[in-house]
Write a protein that binds this ligand. Structure first.
Ligand code: ZN
Ligand code: ZN
Length: 253
């Protein structure tokens, strides 16, 4: 070969920028063909309209200092006073799980509308002070592998990523695993829920969490049994502090 000829006369194609450009192009057309609709009321042009957002019922003090349950005065709620949490140090939720938020969460979780993660995570970010989040990283409550494969995404992870981006806090998705698929908890009471998820989670990278302060993120907290089971796995691995923060919680639990 002549020495002046380069070995690779053609530079490699800029594959990633081209794909990104194509993606933007396709997304722009999809928005024209299928304009976004508000998940609460169906209004065209937005994923979550201002009217529906204004109908969210934010959870404000006074509340149970441990679990965030609204109370007439800020002390401990009944279940917390009876010691429902051993490992979970504190939990808060952004809003009450009532319409229209309830149907919006449903659309986000079960109907594949993953784009709702952005406005919902922004709402979560606005409801908490950054200074109050004294944590090293965020861990989304994991789904069981089979369920995640079936759904295609973990809604808690999408919220965690949005919150992490808003506050510049790293998100760790590989430290905690759901090792046991659990039946739906909808019809279960507090004690049964605790039993149902006990041992369902395992910390798979103890060295990463030892001595750290972790914020667990999930979409909905009902009795807190899932967060407590996650906290148990993390504390067993040496985590120093575990807080939970969810988008919503039902009015009474
Ligand atoms: Zn709306
Ligand atoms: Zn409480």
């Amino acid at each position: 070969m002549h020495p002046e000829y380069p070995r690779d006369p053609l530079p490699p194609l800029p594959r990633i920028p081209l794909l990104r450009w194509l993606r933007l192009y396709v997304d722009a057309w999809l928005d024209v063909l299928f304009p976004p609709r508000c998940a609460g009321c169906g209004a065209i042009g937005t994923l979550l309209c201002d009217t529906c957002r204004a109908r969210f019922r934010p959870i404000t003090a006074p509340y149970c200092w441990r679990c965030g349950q609204p109370l007439p005065e800020g002390t401990l709620c009944g279940p917390c006073a009876r010691g429902r949490f051993v490992h979970l140090d504190m939990a808060r939720a952004a809003a009450v799980y009532v319409p229209p938020l309830r149907s919006i969460v449903h659309t986000f979780k079960y109907r594949g509308n993953t784009r709702l993660a952005e406005p919902l995570a922004q709402y979560m970010a606005r409801r908490v002070r950054r200074e109050a989040l004294d944590v090293d990283f965020i861990v989304p409550v994991p789904l069981h592998r089979d369920r995640q494969r079936q759904r295609g995404y973990n809604q808690a992870e999408l919220l965690a990523r949005g919150l992490g981006a808003a506050f510049d806090i790293p998100v760790e998705t590989s430290v905690l695993a759901r090792v046991r698929a659990t039946p739906p908890q909808v019809t279960l009471g507090l004690r049964e829920r605790m039993e149902n998820v006990k041992g369902a989670f395992r910390c798979v990278e103890p060295a990463r969490v030892a001595g750290k302060r972790v914020l667990l993120v999930d979409d909905v907290m009902t009795t807190g049994s899932t967060l407590e089971a996650c906290a148990a796995a993390l504390k067993e691995a040496g985590t120093a502090q575990v807080w939970g923060y969810t988008l919503a919680r039902p009015p009474l639990s």
